[in-house]
Design a protein around this ligand. Structure first.
Ligand code: NI
Length: 394
């Protein structure tokens, strides 16, 4: 089976590199993936793969092998692009001004389409069912994954596990990397308004200075990370925007702060929200101000099921050789794959796309991000190999 998948992945790679060029040239922002969705639907139709639409642009395909009920596996790709103006000088450069596939979601979609083709072609040779999830809106709250789950993507049939791959611009092409347990952070947004009483800067005793209150608050909030959190528990609290005042001799009425809170433990995450609310409210009140505080709850952390991660890693070793499989580092970035991994065992892994010799080294979310396209053959083959053979054993 593995040899057949390898052969087909190599055979179809050039065609799917063209598909990636098409997707890359026609990027669409989160929840607006209308043409991308139609393109994916057309490709599945060509192969006679049945699908349904969820969350407006999501495409959910189903491929049944032999004994379709024996094992049900979900493979996920995200389809949305970012509001970035592409600076790459390539023939497949974005045709949509100010929109770019700068996070490799064109590659993820391509790999899943390629895997679908192989799995469909070999469906008399593997057992079980593969659910293909082409999802919208990974880059933007509330996250396409959460919308799809609400619309029942993990039911009828219910997959026992789910896989997602993500391009990794720091990992050489031909390699993949894995990690079990906590791999990515939750991301919640903080919006704080501190209301004081403005006036002449020469008469601070007649004012309540929101700039001073906000300054104390920014420093105090760091105590939550340094004094309330277990040092072994990765957490980030950053105030990233401080807006207030206009000139040198006026104390303003209010200050607005924005920030991000990231964590890897769901229990601590919500405990920390309470601590942030209490500290902010008490401190601002103690200094005579008023406060509006909103914590906009974003994606949950991504948890890779340990046993499943081990099994997936072994599949990768079989496919590309042990020396090409690495342990990946945890990151405080967020991914809406976390919604799936809260519901069923999941494994989110990395596909190497870097090639220093070719100068392909730019990070994701930059205007010069690109991949070594040899990664597409690896990505297609790996997804097909997982879809046809992975089993979860407790
Ligand atoms: Ni991404």
């Amino acid at each position: 089976m593995l040899q057949k998948i390898r052969t087909l992945a190599a055979k179809y790679a050039p065609e799917f590199i063209e598909i990636r060029h098409h997707l890359h040239a026609h990027p669409e922002l989160s929840y607006q993936e209308f043409e991308t969705s139609k393109f994916v639907q057309a490709k599945l139709k060509e192969q006679g793969i049945p699908f349904e639409i969820k969350a407006t642009t999501g495409v959910i395909g189903l491929i049944e092998g032999k004994n379709p009920g024996k094992r049900i596996v979900a493979l996920r790709a995200d389809m949305d692009a970012l509001p970035i103006k592409e600076e790459n000088d390539v023939i497949y450069k974005s045709k949509h001004e100010g929109v770019m596939h700068a996070c490799g979601h064109d590659v993820h979609t391509t790999c899943l389409l390629g895997a679908a083709r192989i799995l469909n072609e070999l469906k008399n040779e593997w057992e079980g069912t593969v659910k293909l999830i082409f999802q919208p809106g990974e880059e933007k709250n509330p996250g396409g994954a959460s919308l799809l789950i609400k619309e029942g993507v993990l039911e009828n049939p219910e997959p026992s596990c789910i896989f997602g791959l993500h391009v990794h611009p720091g990992l050489p092409v031909g390699k993949m990397s894995f990690r079990g347990g906590k791999v990515m952070a939750s991301a919640d947004e903080l919006y704080i308004t501190i209301k004081g009483k403005g006036g002449h800067a020469a008469s601070p005793h007649l004012c309540t200075d929101p700039i001073l209150i906000a300054s104390h608050l920014i420093i105090s909030l760091q105590q939550i990370v340094s004094r309330n959190n277990n040092p072994h528990n990765p957490t980030v609290l950053s105030i990233t925007s401080f807006q207030g005042g206009t000139t040198t001799n006026v104390i303003p009425n209010e200050v607005k702060l924005k920030g991000t809170f990231r964590a890897m433990d769901e229990e601590w995450r919500f405990k920390a929200h309470d601590l942030i609310r209490k500290m902010a409210t008490d401190l601002v009140h103690s200094m005579g101000g008023e406060i509006d505080l909103l914590i906009d709850v974003g994606y949950p952390s991504v948890y890779n099921h340990e046993t499943l991660n081990e099994a997936t890693r072994r599949k990768a070793e079989e496919f590309i050789g042990e020396k090409n499989v690495e342990e990946t580092e945890p990151r405080m970035g967020a991914e809406d794959f976390g919604y799936y991994s809260q519901e069923i065992p999941g494994c989110f892994f990395r596909l190497g796309v870097m090639n220093e010799k070719k100068g392909i080294i730019s990070g994701v979310h930059t205007p010069t991000f690109n991949i070594d396209e040899n990664a597409i053959e690896t990505g297609i083959g790996m997804m097909a190999w997982l879809g046809s053979s992975i089993e979860i054993k407790e």
